[in-house]
Design a protein around this ligand. Structure first.
Ligand code: GAP
Length: 454
């Protein structure tokens, strides 16, 4: 019987990510760049699967949601209209001895009152700091050529609202989804990929009649929480946190965060905001274009309200890693590290091994792997003891392993081994695809029961 260990730290997760090729420091051979990270062969698979999972959930499973992919560089007036130029700032202070920087709102009341840093040193005067990265478009760096790297993907959706209404058959209520990079010159970046200056967001803006905003806000809160559970995240590690009146962003009438319990505490994964008609009215004012919507059935013309669901993709990668990571005592003096990813997001779905390389077993295993790769992401491995090969796959979260042995050559069956339970079952090669598919379809992870298949 395996027992889960509870002392999971960020150091262990960061170390596994580097060791197994999930995530590397950016520009590693030059000593890294503070708070920037590169996704390696397994990391890029994990990230793209989470993105696909979200995209399928938000577009394919919703008739009324369409996607777009807007440019990162946008007209600078966009950011004046959105309020980012005037108010997208944090207040920063510096430890006058160590020069370490802190966000004012991250300090305790006592530290703020006494203007003392967490190291006990005097702090500098608080000053405002705009989080947008500025650059220049074209060869001349003057005020007229300033553009910003977008700090959120949302504005790309608002400025395309009219284009989408005029070119698609959408009727309110409907949504526009987008995934893409965003940039913020964060004062403090820490906790690995949790808060970085370059990150990815998965945002969906849902346009509703103003009288229906509360209903849709509640609807999206429930949908988004259910999404994380569907993704295999343990419900006990998820919760809502409401923004109090003094915490609300300038555009929001109501806001809830979905938080996840990271090893460093409960932190935001996603924001669900009732943005009212703030964005469309500001873009109407600044662009001079009419962004009202005409309901062709009631003939009512109005500015829709927007319910926003705004999730971090790179932050979701960290969530998936933290929720999946486990060290388990297996028998005496044996600990296995396992990533219990939902099979839909595991970088590799099926590992295929010959028990030994000789007697035609390797050829047979390769043949099976080639057939499975049409439907799953697979990995062939013939090196080392079979137990070690299983453990290597456990450590990167591969939910299924298939072993070809001498019996395979006689009766056409293989061993199918399940990552979570470590149970093994004999399956006919002809049934393998369907058996794995079924186990993925019925996968459910709960706090109490986290076995798949078998
Ligand atoms: N359009 C609304 C918006 O951008 P936000 O709460 O500022 O709202 C939404 O950001 C999500 O984007 C966050 O919940 C988080 O997952 C992700 N995010 C924000 N800043 C980030 C950063 N510096 N690094 C990584 N992810 C970040």
């Amino acid at each position: 019987m395996a027992t889960a260990k509870s002392d999971i730290t960020m150091e262990k997760i960061v170390s596994l990510c580097k060791r197994r090729g999930f995530i590397f420091p950016s520009s590693d051979i030059y000593g890294g760049l503070s708070s920037a990270w590169d996704y390696g062969p397994l990391g890029v698979e994990l990230k793209s699967r989470i993105q696909k999972f979200w995209w399928r959930e938000m577009t394919q499973l919703h008739d009324e949601i369409v996607g777009i992919d807007a440019s990162i560089l946008m007209h600078p007036r966009v950011w004046e209209a959105s309020g980012h130029v005037s108010s997208f700032s944090d207040v920063m202070v510096e430890d006058t001895v160590t020069n370490e920087r802190y966000r004012w709102d991250h300090l305790t009341d006592e530290q703020r009152e006494t203007k003392t840093s967490p190291n006990g040193n005097p702090l500098s005067e608080p000053r405002k700091f705009n989080l947008m990265f500025k650059t220049n478009l074209g060869p001349v760096a003057d005020d007229g050529s300033i553009v910003y790297l977008r700090p959120e993907t949302a504005q790309g959706i608002y400025v395309n609202f009219k284009n989408v209404v005029q070119t698609s058959r959408v009727r309110i209520p409907f949504g526009i989804a987008q995934v893409g990079k965003a940039f913020r010159n964060e004062i403090v970046t820490k906790n690995f990929i949790f808060r970085t200056c370059e990150f990815e967001q998965m945002e969906m803006q849902y346009f509703v009649h103003p009288s229906e905003d509360t209903r849709w806000f509640e609807y999206w809160k429930a949908e988004r929480l259910a999404y994380y559970e569907k993704l295999g995240i343990r419900p006990s590690r998820l919760r809502f946190e409401e923004h109090g009146p003094d915490e609300l962003a300038h555009y929001a009438k109501a806001a809830f965060d979905i938080q996840f319990e990271f090893p460093f505490g409960w932190q935001e994964l996603e924001g669900i905001h009732n943005r009212t008609d703030f964005d469309l009215s500001r873009h109407t004012e600044f662009s001079g274009k009419d962004l009202t919507y005409l309901d062709d059935q009631t003939n009512e013309r109005y500015l829709p309200y927007i319910i926003e669901t705004s999730a971090g993709l790179t932050r979701s990668v960290l969530m998936a890693l933290c929720d999946a990571y486990e060290e388990e005592e297996v028998g005496e003096n044996d600990v296995r590290t396992v990533l219990r990813f939902h099979p839909a997001i595991a970088p590799i779905t099926v590992g295929v091994f010959p028990l030994v390389k000789k007697d035609g077993l390797a050829e047979k295993a390769k043949e099976i792997e080639r057939a499975l790769r049409e439907d799953f992401s697979t990995f062939y491995d013939q090196g080392g003891a079979i137990g070690r090969r299983y453990r290597r796959q456990d450590e990167i979260g591969t939910p299924f392993c298939v072993t070809v042995d001498y019996q395979t050559m006689e009766d056409g069956t293989v061993t199918l081994r399940y990552r979570d339970s470590m149970e093994q079952q004999r399956v006919a090669v002809a049934e393998l695809d369907a058996t794995i598919r079924d186990a993925i379809r019925t996968y459910k992870r709960t706090d109490a029961h986290r076995r798949i298949g078998a």
